[in-house]
Design a protein around this ligand. Structure first.
Ligand SMILES: NC(=O)c1ccc[n+]([C@@H]2O[C@H](COP(=O)([O-])OP(=O)(O)OC[C@H]3O[C@@H](n4cnc5c(N)ncnc54)[C@H](OP(=O)(O)O)[C@@H]3O)[C@@H](O)[C@H]2O)c1
Length: 237
């Protein structure tokens, strides 16, 4: 696989986005970062620049806002000329107990996890087609093996999976669209219940949570998997 790809990393400042951005930069790809927090974007950009002394390009945007996908596509294109590949690693993991679930919870999670990413891929379709590109999205093993208190999040990830599978057909054969369905890497609720970590980890066959490096390994493999599209690879389940 030829290196030096221009890769847009969405959710670049998150636990997994940071690891993906570093790994791409390390193997000689040129990253464009996007998330909301400008300070974290700037700090990461300084670490993953393509050439010594030159920070990576970044686009500050809130995926909840109408027009964000198109604005990100345009700014990324302005920064690097054309986007070759996209890694989708964005979005919140809100706890939404069923008795308190509100319409806005569903609206927010669906917008950030599914609607905006799908529109972003649509906005970049010509770029991706021109460069025979790949899209890799992080989704959640809970879509097919649901857990409690996360109806909004799991619904949104299910919508993302269905939408990206549809795009894999729409954009074939030039663009490959694949996903990684993850078990737990980091559990945001672990502090509230220290025993939970042990309980959850020992429920999986491998008996532990994953590491960002283990996720990166699969993301890079799927970016490079030239005979795969519409696939959802499971890890850590
Ligand atoms: N970590 C896990 O154990 C795990 C398990 C299964 C699936 N996943 C999935 O893997 C992906 C990455 O997970 P992670 O643990 O790295 O998540 P994370 O640390 O919470 O990072 C989320 C990223 O999304 C950005 N983001 C959140 N809301 C946004 C918005 N409205 N507009 C634009 N950007 C937004 C955040 O940056 P800003 O706050 O600056 O915007 C951050 O860069 C997510 O899709 C997650 O659902 C993770």
């Amino acid at each position: 696989m030829q290196r030096g790809r221009r890769v847009l990393v969405v959710g670049a400042t998150g636990r997994l986005g940071v690891a993906v951005a570093h790994a791409l930069a390390q193997r000689g790809d040129r990253v464009v970062l996007t998330a909301r927090d400008p300070g974290r974007l700037q700090a990461l950009a300084a670490e993953v620049g393509h050439e010594p002394g030159a920070p990576a390009a970044f686009v500050q945007a809130d995926l909840l806002e109408d027009g964000a996908p198109e604005a990100i596509a345009e700014s990324a294109r302005r920064a690097v000329g054309q986007v070759d590949d996209v890694v989708l690693a964005c979005g919140p993991f809100p706890r939404t107990p069923l008795d308190a679930l509100r319409r806005d919870d569903l609206r927010h999670t669906l917008t950030v996890h599914a609607i905006a990413p799908l529109l972003l891929v649509q906005a970049l379709a010509a770029d991706l087609t021109g460069s025979r590109g790949a899209v890799v999205a992080l989704t959640d093993a809970g879509v097919t093996r649901p857990y409690t208190n996360h109806v909004a999040y799991l619904t949104a990830k299910g919508a993302l999976q269905a939408g990206l599978r549809a795009l894999s057909v729409e954009l074939a054969p030039e663009v490959r669209v694949n996903m990684v369905a993850l078990g737990i890497v980091a559990d945001p609720e672990a502090d509230a219940d220290p025993l939970r970590l042990h309980r959850l980890a020992t429920r999986t066959p491998l008996g532990r949570f994953g590491s960002p490096e283990e996720v990166v390994h699969v993301v890079l493999s799927l970016l490079d998997a030239t005979w795969a599209t519409g696939e959802i690879w499971g890890v850590g389940r």
